[in-house]
Design a protein around this ligand. Structure first.
Ligand code: HEC
Length: 96
């Protein structure tokens, strides 16, 4: 699964370079919808907001979403995974 995330980073660059700068906008509202639809079977948002949450960086967050989508039995597109990362980061983790 690891390669998918580096592909995501590479295409983020390509999209940003080839289109208007606003083209690379992860959709936070869409990310929230995906989490509400697919990610509440095992844990709610308490795992993201607990003081000792395990994620320490955006990279870790990407990797965890790779693992958890498998556990959830869903296959997110790169864009959907980016939307989920954007939602979780903006709402809970606030990594730079
Ligand atoms: C099959 C069960 C299951 C499903 C469904 C699931 N997760 Fe998880 N998730 C876990 C477990 C287990 C952990 C680890 C909890 C712990 O460390 O206490 C976890 C942890 C996480 C964490 C890290 C929390 C922290 O400590 O910072 C994130 C982020 C996360 N999940 C995102 C998601 C997302 C996004 C989805 C939907 C695509 C999802 N999970 C669906 C089982 C699941």
């Amino acid at each position: 699964m690891k390669h998918i995330f580096s592909v995501a980073a590479a295409s983020a660059f390509l999209v940003g370079a080839s289109l208007a700068s606003s083209a690379w906008a992860a959709d936070v509202a869409q990310g929230k919808k995906i989490v509400q639809e697919h990610c509440t079977a095992c844990h709610g948002t308490e795992v993201y907001s607990r003081p000792n949450h395990r994620m320490k960086s955006l990279d870790m967050l990407h990797a965890q979403i790779g693992r958890c989508q498998k556990a959830a039995g869903v296959k997110l597109t790169k864009q959907q995974a980016d939307d989920v990362v954007a939602y979780l980061n903006q709402t809970f983790y606030k990594f730079k």
